[in-house]
Design a protein around this ligand. Sequence first.
Ligand code: CIZ
Ligand code: SF4
Length: 304
Amino acid sequence: MKQEELAKEINRLRKERNAVILAHNYQRGEIQDIADHTGDSLGLSQIAAESDADVIVFCGVHFMAESAAILAPQKTVLLPNRDAGCPMADMVTAEKLREKKKELNGIPIVCYVNSSAEVKAECDICCTSANVVAVANSLPGDSVYMVPDMNLARYAATESTKKVDYWKGFCPTHQLVTEEDVAKARADNPGAPVIVHPECRPEVFALADEVRSTSGILKFASETSATKIIVGTELGILHRLEKENPGKEFILLSKNLVCPNMKITTLEDLHDALAEMKHVVTVEEPILSRAKLTLDRMLAIPRD
Ligand code: CIZ
Ligand code: SF4
């Protein structure tokens, strides 16, 4: 089918199924354009929970569809491409975390939203890159333990009042950004602010002007008077940045900022997901209730 025909069929099926299509900020442009909502994983999961649609099609990666299934258990959640995973989320398992917990003497455990439902079920509270500092500061005691992203944890350590210990996972895409990339981007674009995601290495975020989540980057871009902005997160965000900010120019900090898992979902996959109601993502009890508690504790903390 041609792209136009696919889009037409997707629109027809979306009505027929009473479905809502959600696209993460890192998805391909054509997926973002056809979606009902674009956003970060948490924002989209909250939309999923509040929507009166029967079917949620989550164009993102597996842990995001799981979060939607946890927050909207009565709805059918579909992940259009079942191979869309997150290598960082896969760097910790519930079993390995249970082993680690024995050494932690009850220190509160914060899991990044980029984790499986099983891992969330083992943790005290969840966080996203938008609220990691507020979440850490909200916890009792002077120490926290964070899984699975060591870079996000080290960012929280510099910005929060807590001592932070962490699991040594990372995002293979953001990990590729180097200090040299920052130096080169600054030299090529004098005066342009550098804004990076906290999944970048500490050596990189220390050199940036701003460190923000994708929603924070979108907000910064719309508010800044700068007309050229250097962006240190996954390529897909440029689509929305350019669409929402005509007249401003966005430079990707490194050509390596492309997540293969975020690019794997195509319009064909989206069409087939709606046509064949696949691939259904479910979270079973008792994981569901325990992971929901971890997410609900985070949701009780105001977003910035
Ligand atoms: O939480 C998300 O959606 C991710 C993975 C990135 C971000 O900063 O929004
Ligand atoms: Fe996972 Fe990194 Fe891809 Fe996000 S960009 S889905 S953290 S591998």
